[in-house]
Write a protein that binds this ligand. Structure first.
Ligand SMILES: Nc1nc2c(ncn2[C@@H]2O[C@H](COP(=O)(O)OP(=O)(O)OP(=O)(O)O)[C@@H](O)[C@H]2O)c(=O)[nH]1
Ligand SMILES: [Mg+2]
Length: 214
């Protein structure tokens, strides 16, 4: 009995000390092909030497939520540890025929479509577990669409801090201002995950965003 009381006591002390030391769960959300995995890979590579997952020009490459724990980001003398969560791209419609133009065989395309649908459900399920979220958008595409508005609305309803990344600034068609105008309530950082441009500003904003975690 006495031993049990002691055990509970020490357990409580232990958790109260280490509760705040847990990794910050940082989710990468957005439409397919925007560069979520490319960005997560770049960060993981910079700070752990390893990548989180595979990248492809074929949409819905990521079809399972994937993680990298204990990613310690150091920037300007500050350092914070994150659990990186890369999610499958969210879309309203998945048509296996869209994959055929990438020379994917019919059977494989149908399987990819099925897995991609499951992946979207998984992405949404994981939303509740995020401490903060980076929404990755392709800045060469029109940002005004149902998917982007739904993701951002969902995060706002859950009070999860959000940073928007306008990715692919290396492309000629890139228009960061258009993304800023579409979502004026959020900070938007223009960068290129592929080229590694403007990552410093991104890290600065990530650190700032941690202060908004409820
Ligand atoms: N030009 C350019 N291409 C990029 C950039 N970032 C990613 N890409 C390309 O965009 C394509 C999709 O990249 P991914 O990182 O797989 O995108 P994703 O958002 O993880 O896609 P899903 O897993 O399908 O949801 C790949 O061909 C990348 O090489 C960038 O900054 N500039
Ligand atoms: Mg991906």
């Amino acid at each position: 009995m006495v031993i049990k009381i002691f055990k509970n006591f020490f357990q409580r002390i232990f958790f109260s000390i280490f509760k705040n030391k847990k990794d910050i769960r940082l989710g990468f959300y957005g439409p397919p092909n925007a560069g979520k995995t490319s960005l997560a890979n770049r960060i993981c590579k910079d700070f752990t030497g390893e990548e989180i997952g595979s990248v492809s020009k074929i949409p819905h490459e990521t079809r399972n939520v994937q993680f990298k724990e204990k990613v310690e980001i150091s920037y300007k003398g500050k350092s914070m540890t994150f659990k990186m969560v890369d999610t499958p791209g969210i879309s309203t419609k998945i048509d296996y025929e869209d994959f055929l133009k990438y020379r994917v065989k019919k059977k494989e395309a149908k399987n990819r479509a099925k897995e991609a649908t499951q992946g979207i459900i998984e992405s949404i399920k994981w939303l509740d577990d995020m401490d903060m979220v980076v929404i990755v958008l392709d800045s060469s595409q029109n940002p005004y669409n149902q998917v982007n508005i739904t993701i951002i609305g969902n995060l706002a309803a859950r009070n999860i801090p959000v940073l928007i990344v306008a990715n692919k600034t290396d492309l000629k068609k890139s228009d960061v201002k258009k993304i800023e105008a579409a979502f004026p309530d959020y900070e938007t950082i223009g960068l290129s995950a592929k080229k590694g441009n403007n990552l410093e500003e991104f890290y600065e904003s990530i650190f700032k965003l941690t202060k908004k975690i409820k």
